[in-house]
Design a protein around this ligand. Structure first.
Ligand code: KIV
Length: 272
């Protein structure tokens, strides 16, 4: 049974802002390929994030840093070909926007032109303000990302909850306000205390989408492979697993192997 609202024919950045005004929660999941995106879109998920978590999930890297702009465009184009309703947001990968605003704009334009995505997401606050402005001036919507920003993992040195201390919490609030003022249409808050996330969501008018940020925000995002239980070594407290696909898929593969080896597959009805 699906409880997802499908009253919006096509989700736009404006739809999300309107949803926040009406107090309607926003659902967001990742996808990196056509088949998964088709299922996510047809389930009524509002936003599909072509996250740079593809670096971990699809390519097996330890961090999000190695994935390239070309690889992100390949994933995003595959997702865009599948969708009918969801808004597709594409991560600007590490190294494609930090060095200067012109490069940030060039990267964002490549994503929009070559993948057909609807918006870009990038990590950081004040430090990336000029890049955000440039991208927005070209008419490209930008989603911000604060808190535990995985592209800065080597600076943090740990994946633990961010902004527990007052100074970091104050900076995060200032950055969230700045991102709204600069023109971002939404903001992801990753792994921060629930009370702080709620405070941010109350302070700004753009939707705040949380991951490990509690229930006081305007929407939630999870990595699809994690919530389906396809990955099983990653067990943060915030993750709810809706399936145990790792076990189900492994059992199916073992059964297939056994059927092939025993000669049970294919049977008389499974051949020409
Ligand atoms: O890349 C990603 O999947 C993300 C989410 C964790 C928000 O940025």
């Amino acid at each position: 049974m699906s409880t997802a609202k499908k009253e919006y024919k096509r989700i736009t950045t404006k739809t999300l802002v309107d949803m926040k005004k009406k107090g309607e929660k926003i659902s967001m999941l990742t996808a990196y390929d056509f088949t998964m995106a088709k299922i996510v879109d047809s389930a009524g998920i509002d936003v599909i994030l072509v996250g740079d978590s593809a670096s971990n999930v699809m390519a097996g890297h330890e961090t999000t840093l190695p994935i390239t702009l070309d690889q992100m465009i390949y994933h995003a184009a595959s997702v865009v070909r599948a969708i009918e309703r969801s808004l597709v947001v594409v991560d600007l990968p590490f190294g494609s926007y930090q060095s200067d605003p012109k490069e940030a704009l060039r990267s964002a334009i490549r994503i929009m032109k070559e993948s057909g995505g609807h918006a870009v997401k990038l990590e950081g606050g004040k430090e990336v303000k000029e890049s955000i402005k440039r991208i927005l001036n070209a008419g490209i919507p930008v989603m911000g990302h604060l808190g535990l920003t995985p592209q800065s993992i080597y600076k943090f040195g740990t994946y633990t909850v961010r902004a527990k201390e007052e100074a970091e919490a104050d900076k995060l609030i200032d950055d969230a306000i700045l991102l709204e003022k600069t023109g971002c249409f939404a903001l992801v808050l990753e792994k921060v205390p629930a009370k702080l996330a709620q405070k941010v969501a109350e302070k700004i008018n753009i939707p705040v989408i949380g991951i490990g940020a509690g229930n006081g925000v305007d929407g939630q995002v999870l990595v699809t492979h994690d919530m389906l239980g396809m990955t099983h070594e990653f067990n943060p407290r915030f993750l709810r697993r809706y399936l145990d696909l790792y076990t189900d898929m492994k059992n199916a593969f073992s059964q297939y192997s056994a059927d092939v080896k025993s000669g049970d597959f294919p049977n008389d009805t499974e051949q020409y």
